[in-house]
Ligand binder design. Structure first.
Ligand code: GCU
Length: 356
């Protein structure tokens, strides 16, 4: 990904939005408009485009082809129609507004209204979410979807972030994660020995890689391609859609189906923005949020096989018969320790087990 370009675009868009005064009513931090001519002009255009419609910005760290992006485009269209033009959500893909951690902070302070972030990020403020970072917590994605939709514990989990200025609007499925590496396939956990693997930014993933026999290098997704290409890391782990859409197969042509993690992505919204809607508009928003879960999953399933089949097998090696039990055995003590040490993690873990 072209990190620097994204950063420049992000800075301009944010400056423009601030200068345009589009951030009022968000209840978050407000910043003075910069005295920069070009930015002020861009701000004028942004304001003219907004009219009487409240325009919300939603950050996304991946491409326009991603199922979550496509569903959110539809969400935005329907939200505008159903609220008779009172709201519009503008989508900024490809880390244009920054990496996920930065966009969470922007949502918290009200600089932007919404973002899609991986579970790791709410997990940095609320321990409940850390349970979802545990390898092999769910047996499959359907179990994860059912849990998030139906478990009584989820209300408590989701509302825990409100004290930090943001609300979990909905869960967005993000598939099952596996390993991909630059030089060697992974057939069992023994093949992880000595490998440096990029992970998302959580201690749980750092401990996970250690338990698997390798070591973790946590970083934002935008830095990952170059890190693999330059040999800073030997590989990474992610879902099939991200692997293909973001072209990681070019630098890590060994895909090994370890299925070690089913981690949620969350659509988040600034808390004050959420409560600033009328009851009727909020009900429309909530309903679209619920519908988004299944819509993403349907598109996800359709994309996975298609995208994996599109890979050139003379260049990409797919190992689908990985010894998954060896990974489960390696991580079991780490998972047990985590559950024993933290009550909030235990609460979610126990609730997951009781639904299995
Ligand atoms: C997945 C997930 C993203 C996350 C990414 C990552 O693609 O859907 O939300 O950012 O993994 O590894 O950083």
């Amino acid at each position: 990904m072209k990190k620097n370009l994204f950063k420049t675009a992000a800075a301009t868009i944010l400056a423009a939005s601030m200068a345009a005064g589009m951030l009022t009513g968000c209840g978050g931090a407000k910043t003075e408009a910069p005295a920069d001519g070009a930015k002020t002009e861009a701000a004028g255009e942004a304001k003219a485009a907004s009219g009487s419609t409240q325009v919300w910005r939603m950050a996304f760290n991946q491409t326009e082809d991603h199922p979550q992006y496509r569903v959110m485009e539809e969400f935005s269209k329907e939200f505008k129609e159903k609220t008779e033009g009172r709201y519009e959500i503008q989508l900024f893909p490809n880390e244009t507004l920054g990496a996920q951690r930065e966009t969470l902070e922007q949502v918290q302070s009200g600089v932007i209204e919404m973002s899609i972030v991986n579970n790791t990020h709410p997990g940095s403020v609320s321990d409940y979410f850390k349970a979802f970072d545990m390898p092999f917590l769910f047996d499959d994605i359907d179990q994860a979807i059912k849990f998030v939709k139906e478990s009584p514990v989820m209300e408590e989990v989701k509302s825990d972030t409100e004290q930090y200025g943001f609300r979990i609007a909905t869960y967005l499925p993000a598939g099952t994660r596996s390993m991909f590496t630059a030089k060697t396939p992974i057939k069992s956990v023994d093949d992880m020995k000595g490998l440096k693997i990029r992970t998302m930014e959580s201690d749980i993933y750092v401990n996970m890689m250690t338990a698997f026999g390798g070591s973790a290098t946590p970083m934002a997704m935008g830095e990952m391609y170059t890190a693999i290409q330059s040999g800073v890391v030997d590989g990474a782990e992610n879902n099939e859609i991200t692997y293909v859409n973001s072209k990681y197969y070019e630098v890590a042509p060994y895909w090994s189906q370890t299925n070690h993690l089913i981690v949620p992505d969350w659509l988040i919204i600034n808390k004050d923005v959420y409560y600033s809607m009328s009851d009727a508009d909020r009900a429309i928003f909530d309903q679209l949020c619920v519908e988004a879960i299944d819509k993403v999953q349907v598109q996800w399933q359709a994309d996975v096989d298609k995208l994996m089949a599109s890979l050139d097998t003379s260049k990409v090696t797919i190992t689908s018969d990985v010894d998954i039990e060896s990974f489960k055995n390696a991580i079991a003590p780490t998972n047990e320790k985590l559950v024993a040490e933290n009550e909030k993690i235990k609460k979610v873990y126990d609730a997951v087990q009781s639904m299995k």
